[in-house]
Structure formats: structure tokens, C-alpha cells
Design a protein around this ligand. Structure first.
Ligand code: PLP
Length: 420
């Protein structure tokens, strides 16, 4: 694996570029991604499959910047999408429709029509009602829609409740107890062709156990379906591994995939295995640079007030997530202090990190680490703050792959009622 961001002397680098140079030229807040790390992360998955038939369907929602999608498409990646907007992004980035799987509980008729029209690889269908709608849309177009049913295997992935999706009380998928009857129904539904089966048990899962449990349940189910005369060509095991934000120790992607492939081979050597990693492809490949505006103290609490807020990076506020925060330049002259690192947004929850020991002064730039996944994609204009730019580093060069929003970008879609 390519080493993530490294310190050379007192300076933090992305590949061969000093992050302080980017902060100076592009300003803060600003997202920075490393091309080499993204590519290396994706390749680790690929290597794990060896010669086994597979598809790595990058989960677009983790980071949908067009240049990120383009470099993954160039590697041969497939894509997992959850909206019509993500489909358009994949196509704009040069991804091929035939390598797209479409997940999500609320696909609209318009989204289905477009996806069938461009010829996506498969729909991961999450309910009987969705199956019926898809059948009607496909019939109207005179087409057959390829389908995998997303089964909810009722597995506790031991992750944050907001991102655990494989328990039966979540909204996702079709309950495993209803799987066989729903497959029978799908087999009898006009304009639907069954191609596979899918599951997705959650995100930021840092051990193999829950994935293997899900895999075993799905393999059993595939056997039962075969007895019913229903052929499953691919098994989609859903999202990828969690990453190390603090002290988690997820397995390496390559060994993890080798373990899964061994299980699949024992069962059926010709079963194509899909995985849909998002976080583990882009998470550690990105940082958010943020400038220190002020240092202040309220009683015993010291605050570093920075120029990035929860509108720029939501994970700390939404999931109480911990992400490392480090200064771009070490300054041994400064005395360190314990700070709450807080943003400009008018919410007490706008805290990017609490109780962090930092040796900093106003004007310094900090890097919020591991911000490549579920970072910019979750940003908003809350407090009428323009969303930050995104920069892609490639060796010794960097490029702005999304410019900073302007005030006119923010107000462009608004209009006044006609005056009469
Ligand atoms: C979010 C999501 C993923 C990606 O999960 P990661 O943990 O980022 O790898 C994959 N598949 C589906 C259906 C998802 O909703």
C-alpha cells in the first residue's frame, strides 16, 4: 500500500507536494486527494481476487468528484450508484453504463427509465413494490431489466447505528426470511431478469467476521435458490472494509478478499463476486485543510476556531466521529495546549475535534485527516457558506478538480415570484 500522507522535515506532504503550498495557492478550507493512494487502495482489492471472476463496484456516494470517478474508470472500476445523479456523474466521467449497479430503497420511475435506457448492468432491488414498479417501467420501454435482490441478512455489524444497514429493523433490503418467496415472484415477473443477489450490512466495519457471516448466509441462500431452479450468476457482498481513523485495525483489503474468495470457491467456483467499497478506496486518500482563525478560552476550555465547519465536513457532528487533526507545519517553538477545534457554524455541535493537544497559533493551517470519504459529498451551504474546493495531487503536481463555490453559485437557483 502506498504510504498515505507523510511528513518530510517539519512539513506534511501529499505525495511530492507540500500541503502548505496548496493552502497558500487555493486557500482554506480545501479538500486535497492523492491519486496514488486512491489507485493503490483500489488495486489492493483487485489483487485479492486473483483469477476469480469479480467486479469492484466503487461506491460513488463516498466521493463523487468527476476526476476521482475518471481515474477509477481508467483502472477498470465498476460503480455502485444510489441515485440518478450519481449515474450521470459516472457517465460524465467516462464510466460505462454496463458497469453500473444501482442500489437504493427509493428509486423513482424516472431514475429507472434512464438507467434502463443507458443499459446499466443491474438493479439491486430492495422491495416487492420496487420490483413491480421496475417491471412496469421496463415493459413500457419494451426492455428487460436485470435484477439482483438486495437481501437483508440480519447481521449486527457492530458499527455506528446510523451506518449499520444489515439488521432486520433497518429500512434496507428484503428480509432474509422472505428471500425465497420474493425470488419466486421475481422469476414470474414480466420484463425482469434475475442475474444475482446482493447484500450490504453497513459501513466502517473493521473486522472480517460480519462479512463472512453475511457471505455464508448468502451462499446458503444461493444453494436453496438453485434447488428452486433459480440461477444466481453473481453475489454482491456490498460495501468494503472500514478504515483506521484512530486505533481501529481493519484487515488488509487483499487478504480480506482472499478469505472471501476461498469461501466462494469452496461453494461454487463460477460464482462471480462483487464488492462495493467506497470509504476504503478514498477515505485515507483525502484531507481537509483548514486555517486557524482565532485561539480563545472560555473559562478552562481552550478553543481553536477554524475556517471549516460542519457544513464542510459533517462526520464529526453527525456520527460523533473522530478524525485526526494535525498542523501542516511542526512548530517546536510553540507551547502545546488542549483545544476543542470548532468551526464557524452557529451550532454547538460544530466541533471537528475535542480535547486535542496541538502546538498552534492563529494563521496556522491544520489537516483533518482521512477526509476523502463522506467528506465533500456531505457538504452543504448551511450558514450560506460556499462549499470548499477539491484538489487532486498527482506526484509533484496538483490540480483544482472543483473550484471553490461563489456567492452567485449559491443563489443561482433562487428566483422571485412575478410582479403584477
Ligand atoms: C454506502 C454503500 C456502500 C459503500 O460502503 P463503504 O463502507 O463506503 O465501503 C456500498 N454499497 C451500498 C449499497 C451502500 O449503500
Amino acid at each position: 500500500m502506498v504510504d498515505a500522507f507523510s511528513r518530510q522535515g517539519s512539513e506534511l506532504y501529499a505525495e511530492d507536494v507540500a500541503l502548505s503550498a496548496i493552502a497558500t495557492q487555493v486557500g482554506t478550507p480545501c479538500y486535497v486527494y492523492s491519486r496514488a493512494i486512491i489507485e493503490s487502495n483500489w488495486r489492493e482489492y483487485d489483487l485479492g481476487f486473483g483469477g476469480h471472476p469479480h467486479a469492484i463496484c466503487y461506491a460513488v456516494k463516498a466521493n463523487s468528484n468527476l476526476e476521482v470517478l475518471r481515474l477509477l474508470a481508467d483502472l477498470g472500476s465498476w460503480f455502485d450508484i444510489v441515485s440518478g445523479g450519481e449515474l450521470e456523474r459516472v457517465l460524465l466521467a467516462g464510466g460505462s453504463a454496463g458497469r453500473v449497479v444501482f442500489s437504493g430503497v427509493a428509486k423513482t420511475a424516472e431514475e429507472m427509465e434512464r438507467a434502463i435506457g443507458v443499459g446499466i448492468h443491474c438493479f439491486d432491488v430492495e422491495s416487492v413494490a420496487e420490483l413491480e414498479r421496475l417491471s412496469r417501467v421496463a415493459a413500457r420501454l419494451g426492455k428487460v431489466a436485470p435484477v439482483a435482490l438486495r437481501i437483508n441478512p440480519d447481521i449486527d455489524a457492530g458499527t455506528h447505528p446510523y451506518i449499520a444497514t444489515g439488521l432486520k429493523e433497518t429500512k434496507f433490503g428484503i428480509a432474509i426470511d422472505d428471500a425465497i418467496t420474493t425470488y419466486r415472484m421475481a422469476a414470474d415477473t414480466a420484463n425482469i431478469q434475475i442475474t444475482g443477489i446482493a447484500a450490504h450490512i453497513g459501513s466502517q466495519i473493521t473486522e472480517s467476521g460480519p462479512f463472512i457471516d453475511a457471505l455464508v448466509r448468502m451462499l446458503e441462500l444461493i444453494g436453496e435458490l438453485e434447488n428452486e431452479g433459480i440461477t444466481i450468476r453473481h453475489l454482491d457482498i456490498g460495501g468494503g472494509l472500514g478504515i483506521r481513523y484512530r486505533d481501529e485495525s481493519p484487515p488488509a483489503a487483499r487478504e480480506f478478499i482472499e478469505t472471501l474468495v476461498d469461501r466462494v470457491r469452496d461453494h461454487r467456483a463460477d460464482l462471480t463476486l462483487y464488492i462495493e467499497p467506497g470509504r476504503s478506496v478514498v477515505g485515507n486518500a483525502g484531507v481537509l485543510l483548514t486555517g486557524v482563525e482565532y485561539l480563545k478560552s472560555n473559562g478552562d476550555t481552550h478553543f481553536a476556531v477554524v475556517d471549516a465547519g460542519l457544513n464542510d465536513i459533517l462526520r464529526p457532528a453527525l456520527y460523533n466521529a473522530w478524525q485526526n487533526i494535525v498542523p501542516l507545519q511542526d512548530n517546536p517553538e510553540l507551547r502545546s495546549c488542549i483545544y476543542d477545534v470548532v468551526g464557524p457554524v452557529c451550532e454547538t455541535g460544530d466541533r471537528l475535534g475535542s480535547q486535542r493537544e496541538l502546538a498552534i497559533e492563529a494563521g496556522d493551517v491544520l489537516a483533518i485527516m482521512d477526509a476523502g470519504a463522506y467528506g465533500h459529498v456531505m457538504s452543504s451551504n448551511y450558514n450560506s457558506r460556499p462549499r470548499p474546493p477539491e484538489v487532486l495531487v498527482d506526484g509533484g503536481k496538483f490540480h483544482i478538480v472543483r473550484r471553490r463555490e461563489t456567492i452567485s453559485d449559491m443563489t443561482a437557483a433562487e428566483s422571485a415570484p412575478p410582479q403584477d
